[in-house]
Design a protein around this ligand. Sequence first.
Ligand SMILES: Cc1ncc(C[n+]2csc(CCOP(=O)(O)OP(=O)(O)O)c2C)c(N)n1
Ligand SMILES: [Mg+2]
Length: 789
Amino acid sequence: MRILDAAPLSPAELERIDRYWRAANYLSVGQIYLLHNPLLAESLTAEDVKPRLLGHFGTVPGLNILYAHLNRVIAARDLDMIYVTGPGHGGPANVANSWLEGTYTETYPPVTRDAAGMEHLFRQFSFPGGIPSHAAPETPGSINEGGELGYSLAHAFGAAFDNPELIVACVVGDGEAETGPLATSWHGTRFLDPVGDGAVLPVLHLNGYKIANPTVLARIGDEDLGDLFHGYGWEPYLVAGDEPEAVHQQLAATLDTCIDEIAAIQERARRGEPDARARWPMIVLRTPKGWTGPAEVDGLPVEGTWRSHQVPVPAVRTNAEHRAQLEAWMRSYRPEELFDADGRPLNDLVDWLPRGERRMSGNPHANGGKLLRDLVLPDFRDHGVAVADAGKGMSEPTRVLGRWLRDVMSANADQRNFRIFGPDETASNRLDAVYEVTDKAWQADLLPVDEHLGRHGRVMEILSEHVCQGWCEGYLLTGRHAFFSCYEAFIHIVSSMFNQHAKWLDVCHELEWRRSIGSLNYLLSSHVWRQDHNGFSHQDPGFVDHVANKKPEVIRVYLPPDTNCLLSVADHCLRSRNYVNVIVAAKNMTPDWLSIEDAIYHCTRGIGIWEWASNDEGDPDVVMAAAGDVPTLETMAAVGILRDHLPELRVRVVNVVDLMRLQPHTEHPHGLDDHEFDTIFTRDRPVIFAYHGYPWLIHRLAYRRAVHAHLHVRGYKEEGTTTTPFDMLVRNDMDRFHLVMDVIDRVPGLGTRAAGLRQSMIDARTRHQHWIRTYGEDLPEIQDWTWSA
Ligand SMILES: Cc1ncc(C[n+]2csc(CCOP(=O)(O)OP(=O)(O)O)c2C)c(N)n1
Ligand SMILES: [Mg+2]
């Protein structure tokens, strides 16, 4: 690793930056500890201290020293920069800097920049009715909560894409660096276009410790650490020390060099001399954990150890010695040199800081909705498939969607605010029409065999669902639009990231100043019912169950039954804001049920009676409901059998696109009120519901409905393997034959009358079993089945 020994700071600059750092540290410690007496006007009393001491100091001095130095280079060079805090548990640091920069008071006027405001600032931190302890949505300038560790670097890259003038400074905790998502995020430079994208400047914060352990990267020696990052294609610079003056000089010299190098890489590339092996600079900052805090507490070392992770001096309220230690610690920052008697930051403490939107806490990229522009969306109706006769024709839903996405990509090529993300599956999910107008981003070596790889590609593929998700979130949070396609089973990998993003959106609903951002749009394809090449490992429709746990204001789930419905749903999702939209759709040949006009009506309602397939004349004996493309097909086939063999049975066919329609309207904004629900499903007739995923979800959503006692749901019950498509249905009792049996078993009076039909359904399942074991494919009558009214 390179080590620079220049000392670019004049004594005055050194003094200035150190004072700023001390002020940020003082304000951070104050937030963790104090209720009153923010300026230490008198000696601390027990009542001045919070009853519950919550927060994390260990990472704070590192976050603050970086913030101070980044402010220096921003101001000196008029840089456009944001700050991503991997160890977001160091939230007091972000808040303190924002207060010093003035954005905190602009955002939250009651928190004035004086003694009263300082007291307010301290009190509210990790306090009931106040703000959370992390770099949360409430924190101006943050796009990374950092509560769940691992996503900072992927977020940083997502923010940098298509922002050629932006530098994203990204602190990575050395513990965070051990997580899977972070470890693979270092590959980001292989996808970052120095022409059209901005830069990411990672700072590995090698403070040596996590909560209770040393970190791996701090204990492998500088040489191996340097080699590791070299191997990943970075140029690592080491800044190390525990003596502030020396660290200030080294950090200043290193940041100057890094910013110069970034500019040089970009300048070369933008001049037309791209360098596929450009080594982007990064910094390894090795300073003590809990630096400037108490060296020892109760005879045990704290500064420079894991013991400083949270609250270094714990018993301040009850233990006078601890309280004196806290006071000495806070006074060591010399607040009288930082704030005037009224608690205002002294003029020369803050007069050199970046101003307006150049402040990292006030940069509009970190409140991306400010920069959000609507997508230009070509008319999806032009891509609709013609449907002369319902269920006669077939198409591949995602392939058709791919053509519309191609046009979306073209239409927004100039405004450069739309990308598609996916873990190596864009083509597999049959969205490959997009390659007619753009490539997959790639900055590593290119070989003649490669297809659709390009330096300026807008399709982002890396085989890490985590990184795809992190990039996608970073891109959205900075005010752009995205579409993420993934195999249904493997989207579980990012369940936890989805969680965090959904929580972020949820909190933003309460924050007027956080502007609306583009929705996170998932397309889950290659789904459970059609895993032709794969088996059990690839069969899991449960992500939706997890999504349904999140706040109704945030989540939407769509199960379009055919191609035209998929187009309509996708258009709706790309127009929406502040949601997580989950679309589940097949890539395989699927019957086309609805014309594009009918699809629009159906999807706008989100649920509907398919009267053209029903014969209930307003008084059904049974309701046959379906949600999902394969369940729709199977339901329609079952309805066909019923109508052929039991023509007097009045069957109502209901199709659900928007799953949240099933919830009461009091629970979800899309929920139907009971009256409307009852008119569709009845209050007392058997409902045979074929659902794409695990059956319990439908029960969960509909448990309060009058008809619930008569609701019988079929779905995936974890019976899977590599087998034929129809066999998957048979194994899970969602095949047409079983659905017919379900009707016979549940419609009063039908059991005896239709016993013969029931028996023939059992035989049909047996015939299927024998056939596939002999011929390896589904029965011809299954493969060739089409709907006939
Ligand atoms: C994914 C995840 N696992 C575990 C935790 C619990 N946790 C909070 S802080 C922390 C240690 C972080 O260490 P590091 O990244 O080195 O941060 P720093 O030393 O700067 O505080 C852990 C394990 C978490 N927040 N996220
Ligand atoms: Mg650490």
